[in-house]
Design a protein around this ligand. Structure first.
Ligand code: NDP
Ligand code: MG
Length: 268
């Protein structure tokens, strides 16, 4: 049984990871989770978390209430709760689905403690890719991306080496504003920006998709993960989000990774 620690359990990637691990409950057992404050979401999902032991909650007040209501768990609280949870060193894999820079130190600690890091928190690589790569070299743990484009590249590079490749292509849907004429941009509402055409994700990444900042992050993420030069990566718009990445070979042929726009594939 693989013991899993899930950081950011109440988010979009977090909940899909809970569902995925429950579907594969003979293989995976989620034993630790962290989140900021939305305890009601975890109470709803507790049936899918039969082996849960540790619960880390950033919001101290919510943590206190949760502890009183659920004596069956060991509760950790406060700003560094995700990091403290990782430091329990009681897991085989850590899924980091926190949003923003809050995920960085937990990523580093996971690898330092020789656990596998399944990384949705791309910000860890954007802000500290060199540090993560350095720790990874000395670690017995492995690094697996949870981002559709990078999971696709991870598969494609199993069939090819960087030397055979002319260019690496990551795709983009273009986000919620892709059809909007430039002059209408300033009248756009939050609801319109959050209405992504192909993916259902957390708010922050949905906004970053509309502005294409997410694709900039993914450039950096790909460079660190696969040691690619930034000039050798290109972005291709794929409206349907079924092509996730591609390799253009030096002989002018392509290898594509194609699949549904479903993050459970990437999590798997
Ligand atoms: P969400 O906003 O849906 O979820 C964020 C999670 O992190 C929630 O569980 C939230 O808790 C928790 N959280 C936020 N800040 C803290 C903190 N300081 N301490 C503890 N917990 C915290 O995000 P997503 O699931 O969409 O994204 C997570 C990561 O995955 C991001 O880096 C994103 O770029 C990446 N990603 C997401 C994809 C997707 O399909 N959603 C696709 C590819 C990558 P609470 O709910 O209590 O606030
Ligand atoms: Mg992506």
């Amino acid at each position: 049984m693989i013991r899993v620690c899930l950081l950011g359990a109440t988010g979009s990637i977090g909940l899909q990871t809970i569902e995925y691990c429950f579907e594969k409950k003979d293989l995976f057992s989620i034993e630790g989770i962290s989140f900021r404050s939305r305890k009601e979401v975890i109470e709803k999902y507790s049936i899918y978390l039969p082996n849960l032991k540790y619960v880390a909650i950033e919001d101290e007040k919510v943590a206190l209430e949760f502890k009183k209501e659920h004596e069956e768990y060991e509760v950790i609280s406060g700003d560094n709760c995700s990091l403290e949870l990782v430091k329990k060193n009681a897991f085989d894999k850590v899924v980091n689905a926190l949003v923003g820079e809050a995920g960085f130190l937990s990523s580093v600690e996971t690898l330092k403690l020789d656990m596998d890091l399944c990384l949705a928190n791309k910000e860890s690589l954007v802000i500290g890719g060199e540090i993560i790569k350095d720790v990874l070299k000395k670690s017995k743990g492995k690094l697996f991306p949870i981002d559709s484009e990078h999971v696709a590249l991870h598969k494609l590079f199993k069939h090819s080496s960087l030397e055979e490749v002319e260019r690496v292509i990551i795709t983009a849907s273009g986000g919620s504003l892709r059809e909007l004429p430039k002059e209408k941009l300033k009248y756009v509402t939050k609801e319109e920006v959050l209405n992504h055409p192909t993916w259902k994700m957390g708010n922050r990444i949905t906004i970053d998709s509309a502005t294409m900042v997410n694709k900039g992050f993914e450039f950096i993420e790909a460079c660190h993960l696969f040691n690619i030069d930034i000039d050798d990566i290109e972005v291709l718009i794929n409206d349907e989000s079924i092509i996730h990445s591609a390799l253009l070979y030096k002989d002018n042929s392509y290898l594509f990774e194609v699949g549904p726009s479903d993050m459970k594939v990437a999590i798997g």
